[in-house]
Ligand binder design. Structure first.
Ligand SMILES: Cc1ncc(C[n+]2csc(CCOP(=O)(O)OP(=O)(O)O)c2C)c(N)n1
Ligand SMILES: [Mg+2]
Length: 598
């Protein structure tokens, strides 16, 4: 049967369950776009900028069952998309990038968009595939999908030259996707001698399997604790069972904020070191055995490595490269979080382990600490500014359990993490280790596209708003009903705070005055102003009513950033404590001098 490359591409995308693609057409991919137009399954979404398109594809993977997919032009489309590809790469999010390619059959040089893309992409994707002939298209896209999903997920790039898209060739078979090859976790005794279990050498009992050793450590601990990240986001039932069996507190990373719902009595906080709120700092104070699942102990998650991790660290991750990087582990278990944890649960249950005696005391202490911390943000309602405590309290009351919350990167991210409890796995997303501003608005839009019946809200800084606000025109085209809260402090707040403390001056972090209403009008969004604490409930009611009627809403929030988050104070404290004494003195002296002399 004679088929065009564009036909084969769209066939393969349908097979792997793609429902939407994001991107901008150009002469190198119009054939694919034309074919997408005929697909009953896939909707090609036109975006305003491929960078935003890549953030949207990322959000599709994080909040839905299908893989986020881009369809872009080579070179210019690819370089625009790099920010979102980088975010997906460092955050372990699967993504498929289908790029048109310049003609390989003409022998011509200096073609439009001709560039060695592989060279640029090296280091930011898991695999680059250049299609050379028609019969390779379907297997190559299946392979790209498998590669993107397996192990630690990430982006895969497929270049399809324009002549292959356009021209027809005989294709004998149309293979069907036979499903993804799954990883199988094997808890076998000899594995402990392999490299990833090298620290196992001090196990006096050579006959134990890694899981048996794990359970020994957990049961012998006086105060075990759990620390979970995005890698454990689909293993909540398992982490919950283990926490409940052990009577152990649970803290999360920023990316994994939703991995353990905040309304569970054993949930404490984001992190548990100096950057954590009191519930986490107190519950983990005497922690002598940590079960870390789907985390990498990155700089952001550990508050600049200020986290104190006990010697008895059990580290579970699908990517063996993450072990023993920043914190040495006693046991490292390579595998899918759900599978490994199920093996740990089975072993705990085999040992006849019963519910712990300390459960109620621990849960009560966490509850009290959380309550006290929340109250500290609710001292007095202000008439000239919006207090974060009152804002997030009222927002939580408006949100259903299954509301999806998206943030960008900045001070607003950490305020959200500290003050807005998230109730369901995969229902909070934010840019993390790549940490790219501009993520919030496009990701909110895509999360709503994939979850039209859920409330989807974005909380973004005014600096990030300026980067990707135009994408809201796409939300208008699709009549989505998203709510974007812009925390309007007039600054690149997170950075100006980091400048303010040690430098006492803000350089290039005061942003230009922006007329948010003007932008809202331009993208046909409803504009609401929230000036003070008295406004909060009324504005929220209006915003949610408008969103219900499929209007997109921008809420211009006159936010009070005067109180620092634990993240900010914790990171500053941790970094300062590591400086050599002479540098510390110099820094404090400079700050002091500037305080006095201005
Ligand atoms: C693309 C990009 N540029 C710069 C930064 C550095 N950065 C991190 S947070 C931040 C401030 C963000 O300001 P804003 O969006 O207003 O949020 P706020 O901190 O005020 O809540 C900056 C500049 C970044 N993370 N990403
Ligand atoms: Mg700001």
């Amino acid at each position: 049967m004679k088929k065009s490359g564009a036909f084969l591409t769209v066939y393969a995308l349908e097979q792997i369950g793609v429902r939407k693609t994001f991107g901008i057409p150009g002469v190198h991919n119009t054939e694919i776009y034309d074919q997408l137009n005929s697909s009953p399954q896939i909707e090609p979404v036109l975006v305003t900028h491929e960078g935003a398109g890549a953030f949207m594809a990322d959000a599709v993977s994080r909040t839905s069952g299908s893989i986020g997919t881009l369809v872009i032009v080579p070179a210019a489309g690819m370089t625009h998309a790099l920010s979102g590809i980088g975010e997906a790469y460092l955050d372990g999010i699967p993504m498929l990038i289908i790029s048109g390619g310049t003609r390989k059959d003409t022998g011509k040089s200096y073609q439009l968009h001709q560039l060695d893309m592989g060279k640029i992409l090296d280091g930011i994707i898991k695999k680059y595939i250049l299609i050379e002939k028609h019969e390779d298209i379907i297997p190559a896209i299946f392979d790209a999908y498998q590669t993107a999903m397996e192990g630690e997920p990430g982006p895969v790039f497929v270049e399809i030259p324009v002549e292959i898209q356009m021209f027809h060739a005989d294709i004998a078979t149309f293979p069907k996707l036979s499903g993804l090859k799954q990883n199988v976790f094997e808890d076998i005794i000899h594995e402990k001698k392999s490299k990833s279990f090298s620290v196992f050498a001090d196990d006096p009992n050579e006959s134990k399997s890694p899981v048996q050793y794990t359970v020994d450590l957990l049961l012998n601990a006086n105060a075990p604790g759990l620390y979970v990240g995005w890698g454990a986001v689909d293993a909540f039932e398992e982490t919950k069972r283990i926490a409940e069996l052990l009577g152990a507190p649970v803290s999360t990373t920023l990316q994994g904020l939703s991995a353990f719902p905040a309304n569970h009595p054993l949930h404490t906080s984001l992190g548990f070191g100096p950057t954590a709120t009191p519930a986490g700092q107190n519950a983990f104070k005497n922690c002598d055995c940590l079960l870390a699942v789907g985390v990498r102990f990155s700089e952001l998650a550990t508050g600049s490595y200020g986290l104190k991790v006990p010697e008895n660290l059990i580290h579970i991750d699908i990517n063996p490269k993450v072990f023993n990087k920043n914190y040495p582990a006693k046991v490292s278990l390579v595998g899918d979080a759900k599978q490994v944890l199920q093996a740990v649960i089975a072993e705990l249950e085999k040992r006849g382990h019963k519910e712990p005696a300390n459960y109620d005391t621990l849960a009560e202490k966490i509850r009290k600490d959380k309550e006290k911390y929340k109250k500290s943000w609710l001292k007095e309602a202000k008439e000239n500014i919006v207090s974060p405590g009152f804002f997030f309290n009222a927002l939580r009351n408006k949100l259903n359990d299954d509301a999806i919350v998206v943030t960008d990167d900045g001070n607003h991210t950490f305020l959200t993490a500290e003050l807005l409890p998230i109730h369901m796995p995969r229902h909070f997303i934010s840019p993390t280790d790549f940490n790219c501003m501009g993520y919030g608005i496009p990701a909110t839009i895509a999360a709503k596209m994939m979850n039209p019946h859920k409330q989807v809200v974005g909380i973004v800084g005014d600096g990030a708003f300026m980067m990707t606000a135009m994408e809201l025109v796409t939300a208008f085209t699709h009549k989505l009903g998203v709510i974007i809260f812009v925390f309007h402090d007039g600054e690149l707040g997170q950075i100006s705070q980091f400048q303010e403390i040690p430098l006492n001056r803000k350089t290039a972090s005061i942003i230009g005055q922006i007329n948010i209403k003007g932008i809202a009008d331009g993208v046909h969004a409803k504009y609401l102003e929230m000036l003070n604490d008295v406004d909060i409930n009324g504005v929220l009611n209006t915003a949610f009513e408008l969103a219900q009627q499929k209007h997109n809403v921008i809420v211009d929030v006159n936010i009070d950033y005067s109180r620092k988050t634990f993240l900010t104070t914790g990171v500053v404290k941790t970094n300062l404590s590591r400086f050599p004494v002479s540098e510390k003195i110099k820094m404090l002296f400079r700050a002091g001098k500037r305080h006095i002399l201005g």
